[in-house]
Each structure stands twice: as structure tokens, then as C-alpha cells.
Design a protein around this ligand. Structure first.
Ligand SMILES: [Zn+2]
Length: 97
């Protein structure tokens, strides 16, 4: 039992000396690892942004009254293929023909 404790103590001292000897290298490795984690987090965030963009944009339609391109889901539909950017353009188009 005494021998086991002595071996453990020697191992701890050796580990401590090794950590002390390579403290600069360990610090460099830790900083390198941290920077990799930061880059990974940024890459993940940018990937999520790219994934969200096409969903919110959707197909664009051209307003025949003012010529503005608007997302189809936000445009006002008249008939089969006519899309207007706003009720203002729709009313104006109906009035003028
Ligand atoms: Zn319009």
C-alpha cells in the first residue's frame, strides 16, 4: 500500500514537471483549439444564415403597374398570372384598365 502511494506520488510529480516544462506549448495548443472552436462556431452560424435565406425570399413576381419585384407570397394576386406589389397598384390598374 505504501509502495502504491509512493508510485502515485512520483507519477504526480512527473506529470507536474511535464506540465511545467511544456506549459508554453500547452498554452499554445489550448489557444489554437479555442480559435478552431471559434471558427467552427462562425462557420455554423453562416451556414444557418445561408439555409434561411431562400426560404424567406421565395419566387419573385413583377408588378405590371410600377415594375417592382416582390416576393410571390407577399404580392396581391389577380386572376391566374397577374401579381401586384400593393393594393394601391391593383386599384390603379383596375381604374385605368
Ligand atoms: Zn406596384
Amino acid at each position: 500500500m505504501k509502495e502504491a502511494f509512493f508510485i502515485l506520488l512520483v507519477l504526480l510529480v512527473l506529470a507536474g514537471l511535464t506540465l511545467y516544462r511544456y506549459r508554453r506549448q500547452i498554452k499554445t495548443v489550448l489557444e489554437f483549439w479555442r480559435s478552431i472552436q471559434t471558427i467552427r462556431g462562425q462557420a455554423k452560424a453562416s451556414n444557418e444564415q445561408l439555409r434561411d435565406e431562400p426560404v424567406s425570399a421565395g419566387p419573385l413576381v413583377n408588378c405590371p403597374k410600377c415594375g417592382t419585384w416582390v416576393p410571390e407570397e407577399k404580392a396581391i394576386r389577380l386572376g391566374k398570372s397577374a401579381f401586384y406589389c400593393s393594393t394601391k397598384c391593383l386599384e390603379a390598374s383596375v381604374k385605368t384598365g
